[in-house]
Design a protein around this ligand. Structure first.
Ligand SMILES: Nc1ncnc2c1ncn2[C@@H]1O[C@H](COP(=O)(O)OP(=O)(O)OP(=O)(O)O)[C@@H](O)[C@H]1O
Ligand SMILES: [Mg+2]
Length: 473
């Protein structure tokens, strides 16, 4: 006889085991009470998590209950009046401590809403073992022009994975451009999304400080709104830019930042202006030495610089590895506008060889003993400047050709975002620089000193009276 299983009136196919969960009858009140407890717990968790919304809402509610409409309206009015007063009184602190923190919270919320699809379409989410893991947005910090997103990467990711899709991220989040750099910990990456462009307007000169910090001379505004500072200690600087790219503004920004030291005698600037003194002539009182036409005098000056450097090297040998400038033993800054005029276009072979030899020695041995070269150049090719590689710090202004970008800023710089050849003619002073420890080039705009500002600088801080072509009065 076939075995028939019947459970609660239902016929079941025969099987070794037939298991059914039992029905448990729950009274309606218990069910409702359970739902209420669950909903309340969720509400409390939500309120605690979003305290910056629930806190003010509770306070406003309490004020309403206690004082009627006058309570909340008075509080809101008071806060708005305080904010307006603070903003008008001292805008920088208002933005830093009140406005940007609020904006950051708001933006973090809006980034979180788009985060999952953005990570998936940029292929930054990782599927593994049937699970999808997504990078975590840890923190958002805003300023006037950029949002800085701190992201925890998925195990196995590196910052370069984000850098490769940085353009995609910029478009996804509606930003003008994005830059990716390594975060403060190995598992973090910083994605900077640039909204406005702070570089469209001319940058005003930075204030002169009495004692310049040679490890951080403020020269330019960065596209993320911060200040670009140059570490002059231990380096030589090469500035490359097509004609009218704004090489002059790099030199004058540097002289402005050094002016306090020039006035006190801590810094001595030797200036070379092979284009007849057109660029640097106005700053004569700032220079300890100045040469503008006579190339033999320039060769003499450079050889003198080598002699000074050798004397100092001999004195410091075995005592220190980095010279610290004093008034008695100052920092020498050799500024050369249009270096190619000295190293390539000069027809007098003998003078050219002298200049090249002296420059080579200065560039290789001057850094540690406080003799620094800051040179400008239009064409970065090797034929024009054989010792390009001796300049550790390079600044790339507008360039005429794509190929010049890598020659100036180093192999692969253009791929990493240094689009010097795309800087418009209408934006002189805009450049790409490589910041310390960060492979991604940063777009900056150097401060601009007009003729009046230069005359004023020379008048206020110039103490030396150099005469053209090498001499000192
Ligand atoms: N940082 C800047 N901000 C705004 N305008 C600038 C800036 N730098 C330069 N300019 C403008 O661009 C013009 C050309 O600049 P500058 O003379 O410095 O170029 P340059 O690179 O030295 O050119 P050249 O190779 O012909 O000497 C200046 O007359 C000035 O009006
Ligand atoms: Mg110039």
């Amino acid at each position: 006889m076939p075995l028939v299983n019947v459970i609660r009136g239902e016929r079941i196919e025969p099987a070794p085991f037939n298991i059914r969960t039992p029905y448990i009858k729950v009274p309606l009140w218990l069910l409702l009470a359970g739902w209420t407890v669950k909903a309340s717990v969720r509400l409390v968790v939500l309120a605690v998590r979003h305290w910056h919304v629930s806190g003010p809402a509770l306070l406003l509610g309490w004020l309403y209950l206690r004082y009627g409409w006058a309570g909340p309206v008075g509080l809101v009015g008071g806060v708005v009046a305080l904010a307006v007063g603070w903003c008008l009184g001292h805008r920088p602190t208002f933005e830093r401590f009140a406005w940007y923190p609020v904006l950051s919270r708001w933006r973090r919320w809006s980034y979180r809403r788009q985060w999952l699809p953005a990570m998936a379409t940029a292929k930054l989410s990782v599927s593994f073992d049937g699970q999808t893991v997504v990078p975590v947005l840890k923190r958002v910090r805003c300023n006037g022009v950029a949002d800085e997103l701190t992201v925890r990467m998925v195990t196995g990711q590196i910052p370069d994975d984000f850098a490769k899709v940085s353009e995609r991220l910029a478009h996804t989040f509606g930003a003008r451009a994005s830059r990716v750099s390594a975060g403060s910990r190995p598992d973090l990456v910083t994605v900077t999304l640039l909204r406005g462009d702070p570089l469209t307007e001319t940058v005003a000169p930075f204030p002169v400080v009495p004692v310049p910090d040679f490890t951080a001379l403020p020269l330019a505004r960065r596209e993320d709104g911060e200040t670009y500072t140059l570490r002059l200690f231990g380096t030589q600087v090469l500035v490359v830019g097509a004609t009218d790219a704004g090489k002059g503004s790099v030199i004058w920004s540097l002289l402005q930042s050094l002016a306090g030291g020039i006035a006190s005698g801590l810094v001595r600037v030797w200036a070379f202006d092979p284009k007849g003194g057109m660029e640097l002539g106005a700053g004569l009182p700032l220079f300890a030495r100045f040469a503008c036409e006579d190339f033999k005098a320039m060769a003499d000056m450079l050889e003198e610089a080598v002699a000074t450097m050798r004397e100092r090297t001999a004195r410091l040998r075995g005592k220190t590895r980095q010279h610290v400038p004093t008034v008695a033993d100052p920092l020498y800054v050799i500024v050369i506008d249009e270096l190619a005029a000295l190293t390539a276009y000069l027809t007098d072979r003998q003078t050219k060889d002298r200049i090249k030899a002296a420059l080579g020695v200065l560039l290789t041995q001057g850094r540690a003993v406080g003799v620094h070269v800051v040179a400008c150049l239009q064409d970065p090719r090797k034929e024009v400047l054989p010792f390009r590689d001796l300049f550790p710090t390079r600044i790339g202004l507008r360039l005429t050709e794509e190929a010049h970008v890598d020659l100036t800023l180093g192999e692969g710089a253009r791929d990493r975002g240094a689009l010097c050849d795309r800087i418009p003619r209408s934006a002189p002073g805009v450049a790409y620089v490589v910041l310390d420890g960060d492979p991604t080039p940063m777009r900056v705009r150097f401060s601009y000193l007009d003729d009046d500002a230069i005359t004023e600088l020379a008048h206020d801080y110039g103490r030396l009276r150099a005469v053209p072509n090498g001499g000192v009065a």
